[in-house]
Design a protein around this ligand. Structure first.
Ligand code: KG4
Ligand code: ZN
Length: 331
C-alpha cells in the first residue's frame, strides 16, 4: 500500500509518499522561513497563501520522484490539526479533494502523532511501548506510547512551548526568526555557569513544564549585564542549559514513573545537539536508549504525516470525513 502525506499546519509545506513495504519513496519540503523573516514570526495569512502556491506543485514533484502516478496511491493523509487554521485548511481541502477525485480514502492526521512516530522512519526505530518527549514550536508534551493510537499524555507545558521559549529568548538576543537554532549556535560560544537560570517546576512533583519564566530571566539579565557579544553568548548558554536540564530531570522522572526504557525525542527542538547528547547520556545511565528522527524529520515534514496516515489506514482508524481542520486538538 502506498500513501500520499500532506503537511501544511504551520510554515512548511511537506509532501511525501510512503510505501508500507518499501518505506519512504520520496519527500519534498518547502520552508516559508524567508516569507516570514521580516516579520519576526509566522504571519498566518501569508502562510496560507504560500501553502496554496506550493502544495500541488510539490505533490506533482513527489509523485514524479517516487516514479508514481495517482493510480499507485491507495490513500491520502493530511494534517488536520493542531496548527494555524488557514494553513490547515489548505492541506485539508487539497487532500480531501484529491481523495474525492481519485476515489481513495482520506485520513486526517494529528500533527503531534506525526512527530511522535517520526523516529519510525529510521533504521534504528523503537519498539512499543516507549516514552515520547515532543518538543516543538507549538507544544511540549511527555507521552506514554503503548501502541499506535494508544497515547497517554503524562505532562505538558502550562505556558510557552520549548521551541517558543527558544524563539522568544532568541528575539531578545537580537536573533532573526526562527531563533531556536540560532540561539543554539550562539550558546556554543557561551561560558557555562556565568549565569544560572532556574529549572522551572523541577522542585515539585509532576511532569508538567513551564518555560515562560526563562525568557523573563534572560530579559532581566540582558537589562542588567548589557548585550556585548560574550554576554549574549553566556545568556544563550544559560538559557539552553536551563531548558535541557529541566527536560532531562522530567524525562528521568517519567522513566521512573512508567518503568519504560525507550525514549523518543521528536519535534523541532529535538534537532538541538546538546539536548540530544544529554538525553543520550541519561538513557545510557538508565540502561535504556534514546531514539530520534533524522534532523530533517525533527521539524515539520510530510514524511511523518504519510507514516502516521499509513498506520491509521492499516488499523482502519480513519473517518470518511469531509474537510477537517482542527486548530486545537488534544492528542
Ligand atoms: O516541530 P517544528 O518544526 O514546528 C512545530 O510544530 O512547532 O518546531 C519548530 C521549533 C521552533 O521553535 C524552532 O526554533 C525550534 O523548533 N528548533 C530548535 C532547533 N531547531 C529547531 N530549537 C533549539 N535548537 C535547535 N537546534
Ligand atoms: Zn511540528
Amino acid at each position: 500500500m502506498r500513501i500520499l502525506g500532506i503537511e501544511t499546519s504551520c510554515d512548511e509545506t511537506g509532501i511525501a509518499i510512503y510505501d508500507d513495504q518499501l518505506g519512504l519513496l520520496s519527500h519534498q519540503l518547502y520552508s516559508q522561513v524567508a516569507v516570514h523573516a521580516d516579520y519576526g514570526g509566522v504571519v498566518p495569512e501569508l502562510a496560507s497563501r504560500d501553502h496554496v502556491r506550493k502544495t500541488i506543485p510539490l505533490i506533482k514533484e513527489a509523485l514524479a520522484a517516487a516514479n508514481c502516478t495517482k493510480d499507485d496511491i491507495d490513500a491520502i493523509a493530511f494534517t488536520a490539526g493542531p496548527g494555524l487554521v488557514g494553513a490547515l485548511l489548505v492541506g485539508s481541502c487539497i487532500g480531501r479533494s484529491l481523495a474525492f477525485a481519485w476515489d481513495k480514502p482520506a485520513i486526517a492526521v494529528h500533527h503531534m502523532e506525526g512527530h511522535l512516530l517520526a523516529p519510525m522512519l529510521e533504521e534504528n526505530k523503537p519498539e512499543f511501548p516507549f516514552l515520547a518527549l515532543l518538543v516543538s514550536g507549538g507544544h511540549t508534551l511527555m507521552v506514554q506510547v503503548d501502541n499506535i493510537g494508544e497515547y497517554t499524555v503524562l505532562g505538558e507545558s502550562i505556558d510557552d512551548a520549548a521551541g517558543e521559549a527558544f524563539d522568544k529568548t532568541a528575539k531578545l538576543l537580537g536573533l532573526d526568526y526562527p531563533g531556536g537554532p540560532r540561539l543554539a549556535k550562539m550558546a556554543e560560544n557561551g561560558v557555562e555557569g556565568r549565569f544560572v537560570f532556574p529549572r522551572p517546576m523541577t522542585n515539585k512533583p509532576g511532569l508538567d513544564f513551564s518555560f515562560s519564566g526563562l525568557k523573563t530571566a534572560a530579559a532581566i539579565t540582558i537589562a542588567k549585564e548589557g548585550d556585548d557579544a560574550q554576554t549574549q553568548a553566556d545568556i544563550a548558554r544559560a538559557f539552553q542549559d536551563a531548558v535541557i536540564d529541566t527536560i532531562a530531570i522530567k524525562c528521568k522522572r517519567a522513566l521512573k514513573q512508567t518503568g519504560l526504557k525507550r525514549l523518543v525525542v521528536a519535534g523541532g527542538v529535538s534537532a538541538n545537539t546538546s539536548l540530544r547528547e544529554q538525553l543520550a547520556i541519561l538513557m545510557k545511565n538508565n540502561g535504556g536508549e534514546a531514539f530520534y528522527p533524522r534532523n530533517e524529520f525533527c521539524t515539520d515534514n510530510g514524511a511523518m504525516i504519510a507514516y502516521a496516515g499509513m498506520q491509521r489506514l492499516k488499523a482502519g482508524q480513519f473517518e470518511p470525513l469531509a474537510i477537517k481542520a482542527k486548530p486545537r486538538w488534544p492528542l
